[in-house]
Write a protein that binds this ligand. Structure first.
Ligand code: GLN
Length: 494
């Protein structure tokens, strides 16, 4: 249990410790909330994780799974009555008339929603620099990015401004910022968590998932948000296990696959595809598992080299179609710049100019690319072809899982990069997701957890990838790793 001598320090605790302390009546949710709000006031001007803080949230007292626990929500998840903009100008002023399913689930279990977090516009990006409100900075080094697109949610937990948070992951947007910020983050199996009320980026890839300070908290939050929802036709009606029951400190006999394609050498430069410190940390993680009695085997995912291309065809195609609804009639920003004497009709001008003014550069880039790959002359060559390769990528994983129970890999090729370093080079930015994207294309679950620090004291993430709907084995493996390593205990100084 936590030290409660100083109630101001409650923000430092984990959810499971706090729930125990609430039950033992040592502290109460109100004290925790005060401590969190103070913390936000003290540090968020440096980090900018939140785009909105709810200072007087609803606190429900009945003893439920998350009663009294402050949770921060990515700004692409609808909360009734609260402005939700995906950090895009085009959605300025949009107030959802309904709650996302996961918001209802959180409220039913007593969670305290404390605010909305910053993100790349419409979740397009890997650094949160594409937010119309400016970037979220990395709590370990504020000259660096927090990762993206769920940078705000990752940084909020890492800087101890929220006990838990939620993000969304289309190509790595939970795992990559979790790795950069030194917290645990998970993308569940596609269909495990309802997407109802998540503003869509690429509907066949998007999945909501949890961030936490440790695996135990993550399992708790995952149990609450998972489950079938008739309002999301892609949600799957499989029973939801109590994920906290899978937390067993034992990997003896577990077969862990190492995908050899993830340890590639760049054919142009001859250099390793992964930074040396990241590679070293992953090799050490391998050793931790083999010392604990797991069996490590090399596996092959031969279509890995196509993943980034396939993703940027399919994801932009879906995004261009999903963003068509922002027409300045139904929601958000509408231009004032209309010209009665122009050649174009007022309605065409309104649509064009509102979109020109409302979308940022990356959104425009994706709309153009996505529209191109879907256009009649190119559909077969790009979209259809990419869909076929996507199937091969999924089959690679299913085949690898015939020989092993799960896979481990780096989450990212580097640690957190500097603000501004990649923003003018979209291709470089797109490559930061090289190890996370395949998992979304395959629809399978994966988690990132801290596994070391580089020479500049920046966190490194270990990715654990599981079979469809086998979140439990991932959680057990992550829990065992945590119990046998110190990495998740280190905190940034702010
Ligand atoms: N960085 C990837 C992209 O820009 C993934 C984003 C995400 O998962 N939402 O599309």
């Amino acid at each position: 249990m936590i030290d409660i001598a100083n109630k101001n320090d409650l923000y430092k605790a984990n959810a499971h410790e706090l729930l125990d302390s609430f039950a033992a009546k040592k502290v109460n949710p109100q004290d925790l909330l005060l401590s969190i709000i103070k913390r936000i006031k003290k540090v968020d001007s440096k980090i900018k994780a939140f785009v909105k803080v709810i200072e007087k949230p609803k606190i429900h007292l009945p003893k439920k799974k998350l009663s009294g626990i402050p949770v921060a929500i990515k700004d692409n998840i609808c909360i009734q009555g609260l402005e939700t903009t995906c950090c895009s100008k085009i959605l300025k002023g949009f107030v959802p008339p309904y709650n996302a399913t996961i918001i209802e689930k959180l409220e039913e279990e007593g969670a305290v929603i404390i605010g909305k977090t910053n993100m790349d516009e419409f979740a397009f990006g890997s650094s949160t620099e594409n937010s119309c409100l400016g970037p979220t900075l990395n709590p370990w080094d504020t000259s660096r990015v927090s990762g993206g697109s769920s940078g705000g949610s990752a940084a909020a937990v890492a800087s101890e401004q929220a006990i838990l948070s939620l993000g969304s992951d289309t190509g790595g947007s939970i795992r990559q910022p979790a790795a950069f910020c030194g917290v645990v983050g998970m993308k569940p199996t596609y269909g495990r968590v309802s997407r109802y009320g998540l503003i869509a980026f690429a509907s066949s890839l998007d999945q909501i998932g949890p961030f936490a300070k440790d695996t135990q908290d993550l399992a708790l939050l995952l149990s609450v948000i998972s489950g079938y929802d008739e309002r999301d036709s892609t949600s799957v009606n499989n029973p939801v296990p109590d994920y906290t029951k899978s937390l067993i400190n034992n990997v003896k006999g577990l077969k862990i696959g190492i995908p050899k394609e993830y340890f590639f050498t760049d054919s142009g430069s001859g250099k390793d595809g992964i930074e040396p410190d990241v590679k070293q940390a992953i090799l050490e993680a391998k050793k931790v598992f083999s010392d604990l009695g797991a069996e490590l085997i090399e596996v092959s995912l031969p279509h890995t080299k196509y993943a980034v291309s396939v993703y940027y065809i399919l994801a932009t195609a879906e995004a261009s179609s999903n963003l068509a609804r922002f027409d300045a009639v139904q929601y958000g920003h509408r231009t004032k710049n209309l010209d009665n004497n122009a050649d174009e009709s007022i309605i065409v001008q309104m649509y064009k100019r509102s979109r020109q003014e409302g979308f940022g550069d990356e959104a425009k880039r994706r709309i153009m690319l996505g529209t191109f790959v879907l256009s009649s002359g190119y559909y077969d060559a790009y979209y259809l072809q990419a869909s076929k390769v996507r199937t091969l990528i999924r089959q690679d994983f299913l085949k690898a899982f015939e020989d092993c129970d799960l896979l481990i890999a780096p989450t990212t090729p580097t640690t957190a990069f500097k603000v501004g370093e990649k923003i003018d080079d979209p291709l470089k930015m797109y490559l930061s997701d090289i190890f996370t994207i395949s998992v979304n294309l395959a629809g399978i679950p994966a988690l990132s957890l801290p596994c070391g620090f580089d020479s500049q004291n920046l966190p490194i993430g270990l990715q654990i990838i599981g079979k469809p709907f086998d979140e439990e084995t991932i959680l057990r493996t992550a829990f065992t790793f945590e119990r046998n390593t110190p990495w998740h205990l280190k905190k940034p100084t702010l």
